[in-house]
Write a protein that binds this ligand. Structure first.
Ligand SMILES: [Zn+2]
Length: 299
C-alpha cells in the first residue's frame, strides 16, 4: 500500500510538472508571437516584403512589391557578395528593377559591382559624388560595361514602384558635404497606409535639412541612420518620424561601437520597438499596406 501511494504521488508530481512545462511553453509561444507581430493582426491581400539582410557592419535592403518588382538598396561589403547572391537566389531574383547605392562607402557599395555584373538591372540611382577607392572604380567600370545610365539620387526624385506606392528621395538636399555619409540617398516608401523611411548613413546635418524642407517624415518603420551611430537619429528628427519599428543594420562587436548608447535611448524614448541585424539576423517585414508583420528570416 505504501508503495502504491508513492507511485500515486510521483504520478501527480509528474502531471504537475508537465502542466507547468506546458503552461510555460504556451506562454513563450504566445509571447513570442506578440513580440514578432506589430501593430498586430494577420496581414491579408497584396503584400510587400522588405528584407533587412544581415551583412554584418553594412547595409543591404531588398524590397519585393506585389507587382513583382524587385528593389535593392545597398549591397553590403565586398566579401558579402556570396551571401547576398545566396539570398537573392533564394528569392528567385534574376532582375533588379531598381537599384540604389545610397552613398559610395565600402559598406554600402561593397558588392554592388558584382550585383551589376550578374543581374539584370533596371534603374540605377546614386548620389552625385565620387570617391577614390578601388570598390567605387570597380562599380563605375561595371556600370560602363553594362551601358547603364546613372540616375542622380537627390531630394525630389521619385521612384516608380507601381500601383499603391509612393516612393521618393527626400535627401540629399545639398550638393556639398564634408562627410560622404550626408550624401546618402534617403528614401521614403509608402505602400497604402504604411510608410518606411530608409536613411542610409544620413547624419544630423542631412536630418536637419529634411526637417527644414518640411518633408512629411512620419513613418511606421525607420531604417535607423548610420548603423545606429550617435551622429544620426537626432531627437528632433525622431520626433517627426515617430516610428513604431526601428531597424538597425549593424555588425556584432563592430569597432565603431554602433549602435550608440544615446541613439538607443532616444529610440526607446520615441516608443519604437528596436530590431537589430546583429541580434536578430536577417529581418523580414511583410505589409499589406495596413498591418505589419515582422520577424527574423532564415534562408
Ligand atoms: Zn555605413
Amino acid at each position: 500500500m505504501g508503495l502504491s501511494i508513492f507511485f500515486k504521488r510521483s504520478f501527480i508530481k509528474s502531471i504537475a510538472l508537465f502542466m507547468i512545462v506546458l503552461a510555460f511553453f504556451t506562454w513563450s509561444v504566445v509571447w513570442g508571437l506578440a513580440q514578432n507581430t506589430a501593430p498586430g493582426g494577420i496581414i491579408t491581400g497584396k503584400v510587400m516584403a522588405v528584407f533587412f539582410v544581415d551583412v554584418g557592419q553594412a547595409d543591404c535592403i531588398f524590397i519585393h512589391t506585389p507587382n513583382n518588382l524587385n528593389m535593392l538598396i545597398d549591397a553590403g561589403n565586398r566579401e558579402d557578395y556570396p551571401q547576398i547572391n545566396r539570398f537573392l537566389q533564394a528569392q528567385n531574383v534574376t532582375r533588379l528593377d531598381v537599384v540604389v547605392a545610397t552613398h559610395p562607402h565600402e559598406d554600402h557599395i561593397g558588392s554592388m559591382e558584382e550585383i551589376i555584373r550578374n543581374f539584370q538591372i533596371g534603374k540605377l540611382y546614386m548620389p552625385k559624388v565620387s570617391t577614390a577607392t578601388r570598390t567605387f572604380e570597380g562599380l563605375l567600370q561595371a556600370i560602363r560595361i553594362k551601358g547603364l545610365k546613372v540616375n542622380v539620387a537627390k531630394a525630389g526624385v521619385k521612384i516608380d514602384l507601381g500601383p499603391g506606392f509612393t516612393s521618393e528621395f527626400i535627401a540629399p538636399n545639398n550638393d556639398d558635404y564634408d562627410d560622404l555619409n550626408n550624401y546618402s540617398g534617403v528614401i521614403k516608401v509608402s505602400y497604402h497606409k504604411v510608410a518606411l523611411l530608409l536613411t542610409g548613413d544620413a547624419e544630423r546635418i542631412s536630418e536637419q535639412e529634411m526637417l527644414d524642407k518640411g518633408y512629411d517624415l512620419k513613418a511606421d518603420v525607420l531604417k535607423v541612420g548610420h548603423h545606429g551611430s550617435n551622429s544620426s537619429s537626432s531627437a528632433a528628427f525622431l520626433k517627426q518620424v515617430a516610428p513604431s519599428i526601428a531597424i538597425i543594420s549593424v555588425g556584432v562587436d563592430n569597432p565603431y561601437h554602433h549602435p550608440g548608447l544615446s541613439t538607443l535611448k532616444r529610440l526607446a524614448r520615441s516608443g519604437a520597438r528596436i530590431y537589430r541585424t546583429d541580434r536578430d539576423g536577417t529581418i523580414r517585414l511583410l505589409t499589406d499596406g495596413d498591418k505589419i508583420e515582422i520577424r527574423n528570416y532564415r534562408y
